[in-house]
Design a protein. Structure first.
Length: 221
């Protein structure tokens, strides 16, 4: 429980914690930011790490005078971490995706029925699934894994991986860079972070509601 509380605090107050990290580690902050983004996107067991809010906060701090973060280096580091993370996740899914023990917690989350549905979804919607998933917390962690497990063509996957990472990194980081230090944003940074999280999960909420409504309609027929 304490770990969960600490994680929630870290995400909500990401700007304060990132300042502490920069003050403590200086230029090595790039490595820490790289690892957080890489692990969130690359390891399917860590979908809860901050992504969007971290990029926004890092962009906001990069514009400050005397900051150890350079916006151009930051963008490159984040982009490489995002692309490599999804790539590793894809290959992990391709390697073990179909052999996960069904009685394990991961097997319950990603069981064969869900894998079959995901594969059908990928076949229907193609690579744009990877692009869209990049902007959805939790989903962006599982999408590359399922893409690999369902044997999506790697080159096809990579093209959308690169496109999604590019737009995601530029949008979230530059939003923080240009708007993160506006007084009203700076004074209410925690609320802004919560807003970013809420907007990010809206597609999942709509998808869940639509799924429930479709199931209800199917039962009434």
């Amino acid at each position: 429980m304490e770990i969960i509380k600490a994680l929630i605090s870290f995400i909500i107050h990401i700007d304060q914690h990132l300042v502490e990290i920069i003050n403590t580690f200086g230029i090595w902050t790039y490595v820490i930011i790289f690892l957080i983004v890489f692990i969130e996107t690359g390891l399917v067991i860590f979908p809860f790490l901050p992504g969007d809010s971290l990029l926004f906060a890092a962009g906001a701090l990069a514009v400050l005078p005397g900051s150890d973060l350079n916006i151009f280096i930051l963008l490159i580091v984040l982009w490489v971490a995002a692309v490599l993370g999804d790539t590793v996740n894809y290959h992990i899914g391709k390697k073990i995706g179909t052999s996960i023990p069904q009685d394990s917690w991961l097997g319950k989350v990603i069981n064969q029925e869900k894998m079959d549905k995901a594969e059908a979804f990928f076949n229907k919607h193609g690579g744009k699934t990877i692009f869209i998933a990049r902007f959805m917390p939790f989903i962006r962690t599982f999408a590359p894994f399922v893409a690999g497990a369902s044997r999506m063509n790697y080159r096809y996957f990579l093209n959308y991986n690169i496109l999604g990472a590019t737009v995601w990194v530029l949008l979230c980081t530059l939003a923080g860079y240009f708007f993160g230090n506006i007084p009203i944003v700076k004074e209410n940074f925690s609320l802004v972070v919560l807003g970013i999280i809420f907007v990010s999960i809206l597609p999942m909420i709509f998808s869940f509601i639509k799924s429930k409504m479709d199931n209800k309609k199917a039962k009434t027929k």
